[in-house]
Design a protein around this ligand. Sequence first.
Ligand code: PXP
Length: 245
Amino acid sequence: MIHPLELGVNIDHIATLRQARGTPYPDLMEAMRLVEEAGAQAITIHLREDRRHIQDKDVYDIKRLCTKRINLEIAATEEMVRIACDVVPQDICLVPEKREEVTTEGGLDVIHHFARIQDCTQRLLAGGMRVSLFIEPDLEHIRRVPDIGAPVIELHTGTYANAKGDAQLRELERIQKAAELADSLGIRVNAGHGLDYQNTVAIAQIPEMRELNIGHAMVARAIFVGIRQATVEMLALMQSARARQ
Ligand code: PXP
């Protein structure tokens, strides 16, 4: 079955620019408003342990002012589960996090960290949030998701985005197979990481795909055309990719 495809715009790097100088601008709330106006279905933010971009206050401000769905990405830690249970965004995405990484590197290891991820997932579900697990397009990992109890996964597309030629096609095939399996298990399938105005087309064409979370490439595009137009362009690209399935 072909599902409607939604866009979550990750606005972390608007905050990166603000934090670089400790200025009050660029205003994250204005960026959020423009993204909403452009028609994106969700606002995605990652509250990192080191608070390198999004700050705690941003999370609460977004909760207060956002008119769309909020997708809060967090590491599976006590501190983050506590904040999430206080804010209660509609969606939570559990991601692995290492302080020294430039950006999220790879998906959660739901096999080795099964108990911790299951515990966090159950607490977040009990707090009224929909929980997504950011995982590799790996069939063995996907088969463990129903036992953890998360209703959603976000497939890591970073390897696909960085690969070229045949290697990229092989990775695309892994993502397609992973999406098919997850969908057949009744899991909602999202994807994200490293997606841009070229490589998003093939991912948007995967019929089981429900939502793409895209940040860096869109904020980079926004330097030239503004975040509203960058969002309009990505939504149009996703829709036309869907129409050409
Ligand atoms: N999805 C997840 C789980 C992420 O951690 C990130 C980066 O914060 C993204 C999507 C967006 O990735 P990018 O900025 O490369 O588009």
